[in-house]
Design a protein around this ligand. Structure first.
Ligand SMILES: *Cc1c(COP(=O)(O)O)cnc(C)c1O
Length: 481
């Protein structure tokens, strides 16, 4: 019985894999009748037997390789050069396209940009020990929604809300998929059909198209803009209050700072003039809770000073997986958790187990956020890593120079911290060198600063230093000797 099932599955998979190939062969033979110019073009089935194409199966699958091969052959058929294209050239072109496809897979890269929480590179890495602990839970069954004392259905939360509340000084907490969902849930639950007051200086766009005014519109609440870009006063808030006001939303200016003639009232000032029943919520964004990051205000500070809800990302300064965390007043959190949208926004089991483990370690003083760890590295330590990395390499082409890092990830937008970088000084154009580094099996992502190629040592993880050293060695081979 079992083997019969296996057989069927195996057959189906093989058939599915060859659909593009066989249909293409048919098309091929139809065309052949009309035009013998294409008769020399190889059959897909035969091509897929060659070691050059077979080697892509484990990387991008046989069906995808087959699809690429069909597409390549049909492109060649349409080209003027079809007649003169040899099988070798066709295979080479297919291989090139397979290589391009395989580079679109999600793979490990080395972040040598000096931007610690880079949204393009997955923001905060998850600590290895935390990952392993979560792996043990997630590769089998867990009590995700099972209450072990009653044997009945439980809440999908573990200790997370309680731990988060202790950590942020809140009455209650809630986790959703990301901070964008957190903001949306707050707006939709508390201010649907009502007015939300937001300062013009805080109507931000976060990278990737998260725009406060648009999210507000989507949630069905009405934006009441107050103040100007640089100045918003307490009386601006006071004058905007109507009987329809449901929420005052303060937004962390994640990726910019307004300098010079600028003013905005503190949360406690706003809280002092807002009548009961109107909620003050802060989109704190960066997730600064226990961390000491210059220019960043902790979630706890807002809650202590009159904010009733604070939300932030799990994968920024907090140093966890992608998540949106909301903390605040118990009745409001309860209201949020009862919204049907919670069913849409609830994270999966992997996220919960990672968050729980991170919270436990953080609260036991065993773990900082990734960004804080990197900011705590001394210049002496970075120099030592750099010296080891370039030891024995030709100093004409590599050097160590002072440079800067930033936290990124919508935090401390105006703060730069000292760091050390490896400068690569080959005769190549800087962007050519960056491209070469990106094309490595483990791509290294560097930056160009004043026409210099820099690999920032602060964001290169210690275990990646040998990888970077061999990559530089390889890169210099062309010039040395
Ligand atoms: C980063 C950020 C967001 C978006 O958070 P995601 O977790 O990426 O959805 C929203 N608001 C602020 C202020 C942010 O900094």
């Amino acid at each position: 019985m079992v083997s019969a099932v296996f057989k069927t599955v195996g057959c189906t998979a093989a058939a599915a894999g060859s659909i593009p190939a066989s249909s293409d062969i048919n098309m091929h033979s139809v065309q052949e009748k009309h035009n013998s110019a294409y008769s020399h073009l190889p059959q897909i089935g035969k091509l897929l037997e060659t070691p050059q194409l077979k080697k892509w199966f484990p990387l991008i699958t046989r069906p995808f390789t087959s699809k690429i091969a069909s597409q390549t052959i049909s492109d060649i058929r349409l080209s003027k050069n079809a007649k003169n294209t040899s099988e070798r050239e066709i295979i080479k072109e297919i291989e090139k396209r397979c290589a391009e496809a395989s580079r679109r897979r999600i793979i490990k890269v080395v972040n040598a940009t000096g931007i610690i929480l880079h949204t393009n590179m997955g923001r905060s890495p998850i600590p290895t020990d935390v990952w392993n602990k979560a792996a043990a839970i997630n590769t089998g069954y867990s009590n995700l929604e099972l209450n072990l004392s009653t044997g009945k259905r439980g809440l999908r939360n573990g200790l997370i809300p309680e731990l988060l509340s202790i950590l942020t000084g809140a009455e209650a907490s809630l986790v959703v998929n990301n901070n964008a969902a957190a903001v949306f849930l707050i707006l939709s639950t508390i201010a649907k059909g009502k007015e939300v007051i937001v300062s013009r200086g805080e109507q931000v766009q976060i990278g990737g198209g998260f725009r406060i005014p648009e999210i507000l519109k989507l949630s069905g609440s009405k934006l009441v803009e107050i103040g100007t870009t640089n100045i918003t006063t307490l009386s601006d808030y006071k004058n905007a209050l109507t009987e329809n006001t449901a929420l005052i939303l303060l937004v962390h200016r994640s990726n910019f700072r307004i300098r010079g003639f600028t003013k905005r009232p503190s949360v406690s000032d706003i809280a002092s003039i807002v009548p009961k029943g109107i909620v003050i919520a802060v989109d704190q964004g960066s997730g600064n809770i226990t961390e000491n990051i210059p220019g960043e205000i902790k979630a706890e500070h807002y809650l202590k000073n009159g904010a009733e809800l604070v939300c932030f990302s799990g994968d920024k300064l907090f140093g966890g997986p992608q998540a949106g965390i909301i903390t605040g007043k118990k009745d409001l959190i309860q209201k949020l958790s009862k919204n049907q949208l919670m069913r849409v926004f609830r994270p999966g089991k992997t996220i919960f187990s990672l968050l729980e483990e991170i919270l436990i370690r953080k609260m036991n003083g065993e773990l900082n956020g990734h960004a804080e760890n990197i900011l705590n590295l001394s210049i002496a330590e970075l120099k030592q890593r750099g010296k080891k990395l370039i030891r024995g390499l030709n100093r004409r082409y590599v050097d160590l120079i002072d440079s800067l890092i930033s936290t990124g990830g919508g935090s401390a937008p105006d703060e730069l911290f000292p760091s050390v970088s490896v400068e690569i000084k080959t005769p190549d154009k800087p962007d050519r060198t960056l491209k070469k580094l990106r094309e490595l099996d483990i791509p290294i992502i560097g930056t160009i600063s004043n026409d210099r190629v820099l690999l920032n040592l602060a964001t290169i993880l210690p275990q990646e230093l040998p990888i970077v050293r061999s990559a530089i060695k390889e890169l210099l081979k062309e010039y040395v000797e």
